[in-house]
Design a binder for this molecule. Structure first.
Ligand code: ADP
Ligand code: MG
Length: 564
């Protein structure tokens, strides 16, 4: 194929512009992104080679190399992974297949601080090379293709790129950065090593660099033909817990999550028994920008005996824990396991149940800690992920009790942070039910006349104002034997909470008001189901309630707003 010129997809041009301009203050991340792509390429080769060992050609050892040429002002990131065909190079390095581009760009234009992480989260890492390079050349050959089927892709990162056929004896990809004027600081082994140490130490393949020697004539370090491994090259989760420092766990989290904040909690275990696996799971402190994006990439990577199998293995985590990040390495699954197979596997089911329990106990540890800092952490976590966790009530029947204990609400007692256990501990003598009211906002809930009698008697009422609450209540109807009861439904029988005098007074009032009630019934007619005298009001003359078992007024409003 002779040289062809292609235009970048419009989104790529926008991304390129944004990435090179707004990520400049964090420019060293280009190396993290290109090393991560090289490592992914090796993982892909290993995976495809499970069915076709010939793809290894004569090079069974997968590795990455980072080279630089001080005179030519280039840095090369080389891998002997899967490589790309010409079609793949055009598609993968010229278009963006993922959704959420607009949101990504809006974020990139806005909040400067998160920028560097967003690029990895969104997966446009390749283009970060243009932060430091005014030209990028990619020389690649797909594993299994003949040597004369190599491809050279090159671009100055503005508007278009060129593709041509080349000879490339070695399998895999060289990404060559032609550094911009002023970026010479990266032409140093020390500098490159320190960036690799900072971002890429966890890469489980060896990253090789040339050893250097002092040249008297040039008065400088010069590269030799000897190579050395500059990273640890052992996947963190395969190491023994006692050898791993907290800082290493934190670094690994940052590398896999692109989240610069420390995680809320993590857990690392080797699980033995019928199903054997290692889990290293993290709960983030902050939600990613795409938590609500349906086709967002999941957080748990599946390995089988250290071989990377897939990202985003949904079968390993329930949907309501989709914010959990980490790695699960199974000793039992077949290496050629597919997504379909995962759904059916008994081992996967056991892993999923075990991992779910682990995550819940991590959350419980933070939530139940007596340390104020942990309590604050949990409150922050709840703000970020509470709505997602509530989904679990409908999704995960087995863990319903544990989930309910992790929930936090507003109530007439406190504006936030009220657990059901707190509520129960404050229940009045003779109170059986957990009372709640649903509304669009805290202010609306607090202003409801339905609360009057509860206020007067000092009975706490939960104020449920999240959109998911109505739905949650259809799955959560009791807590430790106490029925969750709406104050806005039915006759609200305060039962034992009413004293004898009050009961008598109520009966008398009902008797005395009978003529008025009859009149109201007659004039309201079909528009109401019933009119009755109530003890629930203290200051207001009347209020509307729905019947037990009917759709609540709040839900009715939501359904109406949704056009149903
Ligand atoms: P992501 O890695 O999140 O997919 P990138 O922008 O980093 O996004 O890379 C885009 C795509 O380009 C990759 O998905 C991959 O298909 C291809 N690619 C990039 N680098 C390499 C490489 N070294 N070897 C093979 N394919 C690569
Ligand atoms: Mg990438």
């Amino acid at each position: 194929m002779s040289k062809q010129t292609h235009s970048f997809q419009a989104e790529v041009q926008q991304i390129l512009h944004l990435v090179t301009h707004s990520l400049y203050s964090n420019k060293e991340i280009f190396l993290r992104e290109l090393v991560s792509n090289a490592s992914d390429a090796c993982d892909k080769l290993r995976f495809e080679a499970l069915d076709n060992a010939a793809l290894y050609e004569d090079q069974p050892n997968l590795e990455l190399r980072v080279l630089f040429d001080a005179e030519a002002k280039t840095i090369t990131i080389r891998d002997n992974g899967i490589g790309m065909s010409a079609e793949e190079a055009v598609a993968h390095l010229g278009t963006i297949a993922k959704s959420g581009t607009r949101e990504f760009m809006a974020r990139l234009e806005g909040d400067q601080k998160k920028d560097a992480n967003l690029i990895g989260q969104f997966g446009v890492g390749f283009y970060s090379g243009f932060i430091v390079a005014d030209r990028m050349t990619v020389e690649t050959r797909r594993a299994g293709a003949p040597a004369d089927q190599g491809v050279r892709w090159s671009s100055t990162g503005s508007g278009d790129f060129e593709v041509e056929t080349i000879d490339k004896p070695g399998r895999g990809t060289d990404v060559i950065l032609h550094l911009r004027e002023g970026e010479e600081e990266f032409l140093s082994a020390w500098k490159l090593k320190s960036i690799i140490g900072k971002y890429s130490d966890h890469i489980s393949l060896p990253i090789l660099m040339r050893k250097e020697t002092w040249d008297e004539e040039k008065k400088a370090q010069v590269p030799t033909d000897e190579w050395e491994t500059v990273n640890k090259a052992a996947a963190l989760w395969t190491r023994s817990k006692s050898d791993i420092t907290d800082a290493e766990y934190q670094d690994f989290y940052k590398q896999i999550s692109y989240d610069q904040q420390a995680p809320l909690a993590y857990t690392h275990n080797r699980v033995e028994g019928r199903t054997e696996y290692t889990q290293l799971l993290y709960v983030p402190a902050k939600a990613p920008f795409d938590l609500w994006n349906r086709d967002k990439r999941g957080g748990v990577k599946l390995y089988v005996k250290r071989v990377f199998i897939m990202d985003d293995a949904e079968a390993l985590m329930p949907v309501y824990l989709r914010f959990v990040k980490g790695v699960i390495d199974s000793a039992d699954l077949p290496l050629n396991v597919s997504r379909e197979l995962l759904q059916e596997s008994r081992d996967v089911k056991a892993i999923r149940e075990g991992s779910t329990k682990r995550v819940l106990s991590m959350l419980e540890d933070v939530a139940n800690s007596d340390e104020p800092s942990q309590k604050d952490k949990y409150a922050a976590f709840w703000k970020e992920f509470g709505q997602v966790l509530k989904e679990g009530i409908g999704e995960d029947f087995a863990n319903r009790e544990r989930l309910a204990k992790l929930f936090r609400f507003a109530s007439t007692h406190a504006d936030e942070g009220v657990s059901l256990a707190d509520y129960v501990s404050r229940m009045k003598e003779g109170q059986d039910a957990v009372y709640y009211i649903t509304a669009d906002s805290l202010a609306a809930a607090k202003g409801s006349p339905q609360l009057e009698i509860f206020r007067k008697k000092g009975i706490e009422v939960l104020l449920l104002v999240d959109r998911v609450d109505e739905w949650m209540l259809s799955h959560l109807y009791e807590f430790e034997g106490h029925a969750l009861t709406s104050v806005a439904k039915g006759a609200v029988d305060l039962g034992k909470l009413q004293d004898e005098d009050e009961k008598k007074a109520a009966e008398q009032a009902a008797e005395a008001s009978k003529p008025l009630v009859d009149k109201l019934k007659a004039s309201l007619g079909e528009r109401v189901k019933d009119v009755r005298v109530t003890t629930r009001l203290v200051d207001s003359p009347a209020c509307v309630v729905v019947d037990e078992g009917d759709v609540s007024a709040h839900l009715a409003r939501m359904l109406k707003a949704a056009g149903q």
